[in-house]
Design a protein around this ligand. Structure first.
Ligand code: CUA
Length: 318
């Protein structure tokens, strides 16, 4: 049973103020639950032990019984529930109020089964990877065009649903730099379990450099003498991929799938399920249905030469 508590991500290892608030309430509930359990156990043992020794008269038993019902059955639960209720309301207020004014807003769109991540103040979008500056509250705006998803980064905050036709928002803050696992917490179809993302919290200078890099369009034509293969790959891309994908700075403006302008800079493929390297990318392009059945991307019928050229092109999209 305890093995289930091991490993990251855990709500009991909070790395941000919101998650810390939630963890505190969790520990309090555990403490209260344990106290009540031990008290009931003590009463049980006490009554068993006493019965065996003497048998008191009926009137005393009735009086004691009434007292126990009033104290342990009514007053104690009422006090405990009121305390928990008060702390929960306080927690909700803390979670709704950011530590300081907003600097950065990130729109996250839940899709079957990946995450579109937009930085509206900076005019770019990416997928399945959310970079934030460490130690600063960031506003996260959530929506969904298809079904209900739920945005959850256990070490940073609680779950918040992404509901079609509705926009939800909350604050995310990481107190330590690092990569935090995020996942979809609402069953949303056959690949719900493979709908992960990463929140990368980094120091302000690294974060600014990342923003700057992501803002750039893809390298334009000509790519240079050594990248002839990549040029061929770009043609393959325009023939086979651009109906669904965008590469900023080129003719590709499809929006059914993730924006690939900086694909090569991302850590994972397929919403957190594979490390982003050439082999996995090739496998994904050839038959994404094998890796993630039911997703919107169809298998491709590229020749191996076309595939090699396409991979060379995609590798340039850093
Ligand atoms: Cu998206 Cu579960």
């Amino acid at each position: 049973m305890l093995a289930g508590c091991a490993g990251s991500p855990s709500i009991l290892e909070p790395r941000g103020p919101a998650a810390a608030e939630i963890a505190n309430i969790w520990w309090l509930l555990l403490a209260l639950g344990t106290a009540v359990f031990l008290a009931v156990l003590a009463f049980l043992l006490f009554s068993l032990f006493r019965r065996r020794r003497t048998l008191p008269d009926e009137a005393t038993t009735n009086r004691t019984g009434t007292r126990i019902v009033v104290w342990a059955g009514l007053l104690a639960p009422a006090v405990i529930l009121l305390v928990v209720y008060g702390l929960t309301i306080r927690g909700l207020r803390v979670l709704a109020t950011p530590a300081s004014a907003d600097e950065l807003t990130i729109h996250v769109v839940g899709r079957q089964w990946w995450w579109e991540v937009r930085y509206p103040q900076h005019g770019f979008e990416t997928a399945n990877e959310i970079h934030i500056p460490v130690g600063q509250p960031v506003q996260i705006v959530l929506s969904s065009p298809d079904v209900i998803h739920s945005f959850w980064v256990p070490e940073l905050h609680g779950k918040l649903d992404m509901i079609p036709g509705q926009t939800n928002a909350y604050w995310l803050q990481a107190d330590a730099p690092g990569e935090y696992v995020g996942e979809c917490a609402e069953f949303c179809g056959i690949q719900h379990t493979k709908m992960a993302f990463a929140v990368v919290a980094e120091a302000q200078t690294e974060f600014t450099a990342w923003l700057e890099q992501q803002r750039q369009p893809a390298p334009g034509r000509p790519l240079g003498p050594v990248e002839n293969l990549a040029l061929e790959g770009q043609q393959v891309f325009q023939k086979s991929c651009m109906i669904c994908h965008t590469v900023k700075g080129t003719q590709a403006t499809g929006d059914l799938g993730p924006d690939l302008t900086h694909l090569a800079s991302r850590r994972t493929l397929g919403a957190g399920i594979l490390p982003n390297n050439t082999g996995n990318l090739a496998g994904w392009i050839v038959n994404p249905q094998h890796i993630k059945p039911g997703n919107l991307m169809p298998p491709s019928d590229l020749t191996s030469a076309e595939l090699q050229a396409l991979l060379a092109y995609l590798a340039l999209l850093e």
